[in-house]
Structures are given as structure tokens and as C-alpha cells.
Design a protein around this ligand. Structure first.
Ligand code: ATP
Ligand code: MG
Length: 282
């Protein structure tokens, strides 16, 4: 599985929008996807067409002592998703927090029981504030994807000495950053984007998600932008981002395979060297 923990540098940068539309774009490339909402706000499900009144989710299942996987759904476009769930009196938040304390490997255990193909992409919509959900997501993630807007506050946050450490993976190679809501006609956004590109060249995705009203309209129709407006700028951005990510993972997997083969070969017992004598006779 390719597990991606997606989180915003600050509130409202478009994290949930990225999770839902990236899920649709990866799925459109015939790769299975499971999107999991780790935010108690429980809004990811709305991007997949779930009715507002349906409060089911993994936390509400746990609160009612029911199996978590009965809160798994498939959207109209084939994306599997697991909503957080909600209730009137926050009983489900207390229940899931207690469950997590008692099952420290819950997320890993849940994913390992799923009957899904090995090439499944698991996208985790992480909450803004430090929480056990963050730690658990980063514990199992192959990639941490930080969503950033091209504006001054994001830029200063990225450079602040007290930048939010809970968002980062240990391995820098798998720490990626995605610029969202970029409007190239605004001078300041162009300037900040080029600063971010210079300062974070190693981690910044070469694809930027543009500011695009089609995205908000698609959400109003409970659809992904790829389905609602396939010719739009952001639909193309998401397709490219999905292609870039899947190609990157395939390349890394191939590299790992080659390294393993090399290691196996180096471990094989060396046979005794034979000397072949070639004598040429006239
Ligand atoms: N590239 C974009 N262009 C236009 N609107 C966008 C873009 N990205 C996100 N939005 C809009 O911004 C709003 C906030 O997005 P979203 O809910 O995804 O943010 P969030 O980071 O998940 O927020 P929170 O921190 O509350 O979880 C939504 O109305 C969404 O449609
Ligand atoms: Mg969100």
C-alpha cells in the first residue's frame, strides 16, 4: 500500500479538497484508493456524495461497539472512503480517543485486515492540531504531504523556528509539499511561489494546484472536479499530481527491488574460483 498523510500547514489551506480530488484523480488512473477522514469535522465524506444526514463513520461505529469497517463506503466514482462519523454530544470523539489509547497500532491493524490490492493508495486527511491521529498517521505513512498556500502567513510559518513539527516525517525524502490555490495573475502570489520553489526545491511537487472556482462548484455538486469539470485547470492539475505521485512510487519500488536483488546476490555463498587454462596449440 502507498500511504499518504495529508495535512495543512494551517487551517483552511484546502487539505480536504486535496485529499478528495487527488483520490479521484488516482482512481481515474485505475489505481485503487481508500480515503480516510481523521478529522472530527467529518467533511471529507461530503466530497464523495454522502448525505449530510448520514452520521455514520468509524468513530461512531466504535462508540456503538460495532465493527469499524461497516462505516466504509464507495463513492459514485469508485473511490473507497471511511468517514470519521459524528453525533450530537461528541460521544464518538471520546470513544475513539479511548479506543486509540488502548489500541496503539489501530490504524496499521485496520489497514492490514483490509482485502484490498497491494497497489492501493491510502490517503489520510489529517486534522490541523497535534493529536494522536497525527502521530498514528505519520507512524505508518510512506509520504507526508504538506498543503501550503502561496501567501505570506504560510511562508513565514514554513520558516518560523517553532514551525509545527508534528507535520513532519523523519525521512526528508518522503516529506513532500504541495502548493494549492495559486493564482498566477496576482504579483504577490507569483513572488511567494518563486520563493517557496527556491527554498523548498527538494520537497515541493513540481505541480501546483491553481485557484479554480470549478473546485468549489464541484464540491457544491458533491463531485470531484475531474468528474464535474474535466476540462478545467484544476482537473488537469490533479491529474498531473496523481500521475507524478504514482510514477514516483513506481520508480522507488523498482529501486527497492533492485537493491534487494543486489543484497540477495551479495549474500549468496561464493563458489570456489575456477581457473580455466586455455592452451592454444599450434
Ligand atoms: N485550489 C482551490 N481553488 C479554489 N477554492 C479552493 C481551492 N482549494 C480549496 N478551495 C476551497 O477552500 C475552502 C476550504 O477548503 P478545505 O475544506 O479543503 O480546507 P481545509 O484545509 O481542509 O480546512 P480545515 O483546516 O478546516 O480542515 C473550500 O471552500 C474549498 O472549495
Ligand atoms: Mg479539512
Amino acid at each position: 500500500m502507498n500511504i499518504v498523510a495529508i495535512h495543512g500547514l494551517k487551517g483552511g489551506v484546502g487539505t480536504t479538497t486535496i485529499v478528495s480530488n487527488l483520490a479521484a484523480a488516482i482512481n481515474a488512473q485505475s489505481q485503487p484508493v481508500l480515503a480516510i477522514d481523521l478529522c472530527s469535522q467529518n467533511s471529507l465524506r461530503l466530497h464523495f456524495g454522502m448525505a449530510l444526514q448520514n452520521e455514520n463513520g468509524f468513530a461512531s461505529q466504535i462508540a456503538h461497539h460495532r465493527p469499524w469497517h461497516e462505516a466504509g463506503y464507495q463513492s459514485y466514482n469508485g473511490v473507497n472512503f471511511l468517514p470519521f462519523g459524528q453525533d450530537q454530544d461528541n460521544k464518538c470523539i471520546n470513544a475513539i480517543e479511548l479506543y486509540i489509547r488502548n489500541h496503539p497500532n489501530w490504524l496499521n491493524d485496520w489497514l492490514s485486515t483490509l482485502d484490498m490490492p497491494e497497489n492501493t493508495w491510502v490517503l489520510l486527511d489529517c486534522p490541523l492540531h497535534p493529536s494522536p491521529f497525527h502521530q498514528d498517521a505519520l507512524k505508518i505513512a510512506d509520504i507526508s504531504l504538506l498543503v501550503v498556500n502561496p501567501e505570506m502567513l504560510s511562508y513565514t510559518c514554513l520558516h518560523a523556528p517553532n514551525r509545527p513539527r508534528h507535520l513532519y516525517l523523519n525521512s526528508e525524502q518522503n516529506q513532500l509539499m504541495l502548493l494549492n490555490r495559486y493564482c498566477p495573475s496576482i504579483d504577490l502570489e507569483r513572488d511567494i511561489t518563486s520563493l517557496i520553489k527556491t527554498d523548498f526545491a527538494a520537497s515541493l511537487l513540481p505541480i501546483t494546484i491553481h485557484r479554480d472556482e470549478h473546485l468549489r462548484e464541484a464540491f457544491a455538486f458533491k463531485k470531484s472536479v475531474i468528474d464535474a469539470a474535466p476540462a478545467s485547470q484544476s482537473a488537469q492539475d490533479f491529474s498531473l499530481a496523481a500521475f507524478w505521485l504514482t510514477a514516483r512510487q513506481a520508480k522507488l519500488a523498482q529501486k527497492r527491488e533492485e537493491e534487494e536483488t543486489e543484497l540477495q546476490l551479495s549474500k549468496q555463498p561464493q563458489g570456489k574460483a575456477k581457473i580455466t587454462q586455455i592452451t592454444s596449440r599450434p
